[in-house]
Design a protein around this ligand. Structure first.
Ligand SMILES: [Zn+2]
Length: 76
């Protein structure tokens, strides 16, 4: 399996817990870990099956910040 972050090779690691064994993929280079649940959730997101919930906080106002910075650069 190939790492989605750095596209390096991943190896499979098996972790044993009280509730059973979990196998996950770990990247040799960046240490990114991917398990079956993460893969399933990513597939769901790609298929747009994610629940649509109302946003709790508004998106940051990037445009306002950019305008403030450009004013400073004009003064200099
Ligand atoms: Zn990686």
């Amino acid at each position: 399996m190939i790492c989605p972050k750095c596209e390096y090779q991943q190896y499979q690691e098996r972790i044993y817990t009280n509730q059973g064994a979990v196998s996950l993929w770990k990247c040799i280079a960046c240490g990114n870990a991917t398990d079956e649940v993460i893969l399933r959730n990513r597939e769901r997101q790609n298929n747009n099956e994610r629940e649509t919930r109302p946003r709790l906080f508004p998106l940051p106002r990037r445009q306002a910040r950019v305008k403030a910075k450009s004013k400073v650069s004009q003064a200099v």
